[in-house]
Write a protein that binds this ligand. Sequence first.
Ligand SMILES: Nc1ncnc2c1ncn2[C@@H]1O[C@H](COP(=O)(O)OP(=O)(O)O)[C@@H](O)[C@H]1O
Ligand SMILES: [Mg+2]
Length: 309
Amino acid sequence: MMIETKDLTKKFGALTAVEGVTLSVAEGEVFGFLGPNGAGKTTTVRMLCSLISRTSGEARIGGYDVGDDEGSLRARKMIGLVSDNVGLYEVLSAYRNLEIYGRLYGVPEARRRENIEKLLTMLGLWEKRDVAAGTFSKGMKQKLAVARALVHDPEVVFMDEPTANLDPESAKTVREFILELKKERRTIFLNTHNLDEAERVCDRIAILNTRLMATGTPGELESMVGGKKVVVELARPSEAVVAALNERYAGFTVAPGGTRLTFAPSDPDGQIPDVVEAVVRAGGRVRYAGVEGSSLESTYLQLVKGEAR
Ligand SMILES: Nc1ncnc2c1ncn2[C@@H]1O[C@H](COP(=O)(O)OP(=O)(O)O)[C@@H](O)[C@H]1O
Ligand SMILES: [Mg+2]
């Protein structure tokens, strides 16, 4: 495992910001850390990057304990961080910002140049390499911060809400960049409160609200709150259709009015063709047939509130 925590906990005085978080992220995985404001996402990442100490529990990066001096030193070399505050040298050019960072990490000159060019190009900033970072738009600064986190070729990249406040196009560039990093087998830990983003780029997602509420693939999380169902709308109510479907499917309900029929078979998506056929065979006419319920959003809201079964 590239990232591993066990019962990781952080208290700020009387406030418990992160409580008993146990998770593991494999090499090459894009792991989404999803939660509302104040959930403890940034605090967790700061502990993993040895920027703050933990109150209790364990945390390892690449097998190194980030809580002791030697471990944190080794782990830090493997880590790139796009933090939630950008912090660039505003008077220096984009290129110099990256160069200084590369030197700090002891990246040899040739490798440094190669990486900087590649990263600035991937993020659409190569043309702006000689422009002072202070004149950049918010989105450009954010992209520069993303580039900076990669100059030293880290194996593990932590990104703390990297697309927050970005316009849709820049956000897309950053998401595509994350997918490129995935192709390079880097491990990515992505803090986000954007569900759509998590669903699009993450292999697995953990939902945090001080404690971990759930972990799984987007599909697994959806099935955890078990909400997917088949919905069929008939052109007109039909006793014969209801009888035919009742015979085939369990847990079957008919809404008042008699045209909207819902039930939850084990594989809702795969059942649609059969359902439609059964309706037609029983003499019904289908106005609409589809799978509804449990989007990742409703799943998320239920899991954050701890309502999941
Ligand atoms: N340095 C700090 N001192 C005191 N409280 C803090 C500190 N950093 C974070 N917190 C508190 O810890 C909780 C979690 O914060 P944070 O990790 O920033 O959440 P998130 O990144 O998920 O929005 C919040 O209640 C926040 O106010
Ligand atoms: Mg945060």
